[in-house]
Design a protein around this ligand. Sequence first.
Ligand SMILES: Cc1cc2nc3c(=O)[nH]c(=O)nc-3n(C[C@H](O)[C@H](O)[C@H](O)COP(=O)(O)O)c2cc1C
Length: 181
Amino acid sequence: MKIVGICGSPREGNTEWMLKKFLEEAACAGAETDLILLRNRDIRGCNGCLKCEVGGVEREGNCTVGDDMQHIYRKLLDADALVLGTPVYFSMLSGLLKNWMDRTCPIWPKLKSKPIAGIAVAEEGIGKAVDNLKTYASICNMRWVGSVTALAKNPGQVSKDKRVERKLRQLARRLVDVLKQ
Ligand SMILES: Cc1cc2nc3c(=O)[nH]c(=O)nc-3n(C[C@H](O)[C@H](O)[C@H](O)COP(=O)(O)O)c2cc1C
């Protein structure tokens, strides 16, 4: 049971804390976990060449952009489930996470049926951010397991919210249960 977390915040803040809590609980429930901090990776923008689409849904997973995504593709294909985390920016997902989504073009058909959970944190309102994550999951034909949202502004703030921590642990357990089925 391998669960890979993707963190779409450009700082060591609330999203990262939430993902770590989630993955900590998943590990307690028996999963192998990995957290990819997009902020620390060299992930350039999709150049839109669409060469990755050759082969249709059976595409080989090749991308013409040579950067850290080459390594991340292997991790995503190897994962049994994903958890995506984003700070809310202008009521949507962050640019870092959207850029990562665009760059999954070479492999997205192979994510089909993998369970996926979402995490979003905003100062005042989640807006469309969870919908954005669900849309990605739906296009990839992944299995949406649920989401946890929180309100917090500065790094460290969300860690004081015991309700959020409880919800994260519950969602992590649910994801592991789905994997065990
Ligand atoms: C560029 C930018 C846009 C933001 N837009 C919103 C927003 O639309 N609504 C909101 O409630 N908070 C917004 N925020 C606040 C962040 O969502 C909030 O600080 C969150 O805790 C950041 O998560 P992080 O600590 O994981 O980076 C914005 C922050 C930034 C930097």
